[in-house]
Design a protein around this ligand. Structure first.
Ligand code: 5BU
Length: 274
């Protein structure tokens, strides 16, 4: 099963080029760490990416929180992506009708589809949201994650909602390459008599921290070991646990990234042999 396959071997489980690129990048860099850089100034964003670049397979952005956004920032982000060998995940959380999300994904100020390898969507509108986003992203080789679960206290994405999300993904495996979730979704949402043992989806897990248990606004943290070893997550997403409160403290930020990378990789290696 995917849980005990290497990242490199799993690249062959996918036809989507972004899924393959992510798995190959993880294998090459021996890092299943994604850093979520939630800062509001372009210069801080670039400085933090430079600091953590060597240790990540992925940088997760919220491009709409950048106060001084100018499209020239995108070229600089792309250059760093090539220099340090990682992919971009724009955590846009699309949630509207197909026609609207296609416009939001392709255009506006941020033109997300033109640079983000990966983005995500809430399954709440139903399969039409995948149709809308794939009408833009599929031909560009992009990938989509569905939000099957969230890390927050009291999340409504549970039970049959989560199951339906997985079912939607199974119908669109060319474009939906995985889930934001807190655990593996293997077998979940499969119909009676359907053989899904060979199905592979990437599980990306936010809400990861080694020190805090949560924040003042409902975020809940688990450790890399809990996520990757116990729950079978593939990529850990870490934000404030790495960049802390001072975006200028780049040496400390790099050291933290290295630590999370080591913890995430150790948990994966332990998983392979258990
Ligand atoms: P943190 O600083 O590690 O708490 O940041 C977590 C990031 O992951 C932040 O950008 C959130 O928007 C994002 N996130 C999350 O925390 N929980 C979720 O369930 C989802 C996204 Br989906």
């Amino acid at each position: 099963t995917p849980r005990t396959q290497t990242y490199g071997a799993r690249a062959l489980n996918f036809t989507n080029p972004t899924a393959r690129l992510i798995l190959e990048t993880i294998e090459r860099k021996k890092s299943n760490l994604a850093v979520s850089v939630d800062v509001t100034k372009s210069n801080d964003l670039l400085a933090i990416i430079k600091a953590v670049g060597p240790y990540v397979c992925m940088i997760k952005t919220h491009i709409d929180i950048i106060d001084d956004f100018d499209f020239s920032l995108i070229k600089q982000l792309q250059n760093l992506g090539h220099e340090y060998d990682f992919v971009y995940f724009e955590d846009r959380k699309f949630a509207d009708i197909g026609n609207t999300v296609a416009l939001q994904y392709a255009g506006g100020v941020h033109k997300i589809a033109s640079w983000a390898h990966l983005t995500n969507a809430h399954p709440v509108p139903g399969p039409s949201i995948i149709k809308g986003l794939s009408s833009v992203g599929l031909a560009l080789g992009r990938g989509l994650l569905l939000l099957a679960e969230m890390s927050t206290k009291g999340s409504l994405a549970v039970g049959s909602y989560t199951e339906e999300a997985v079912r939607m993904a199974r119908q669109h495996k060319d474009f939906v390459i995985g889930f934001i979730a807190q655990r593996r979704m293997d077998g979940i949402g499969s119909q009676l008599h359907e053989d899904v043992s060979q199905d592979d989806f990437l599980i990306l897990t936010p809400g990861i921290g080694l020190e805090a248990k949560g924040d003042a606004m409902g975020q809940q943290y688990r450790t890399p070991h809990e996520a990757v070893f116990e729950s079978g997550s593939d990529i850990i997403i870490v934000g404030r646990g790495i960049y802390g409160t001072d975006p200028k403290a780049v040496d400390a930020i790099a050291a933290k990234a290295e630590r999370y990378m080591a913890e995430g990789w150790a948990a994966y290696q332990a998983r392979l042999t258990h």
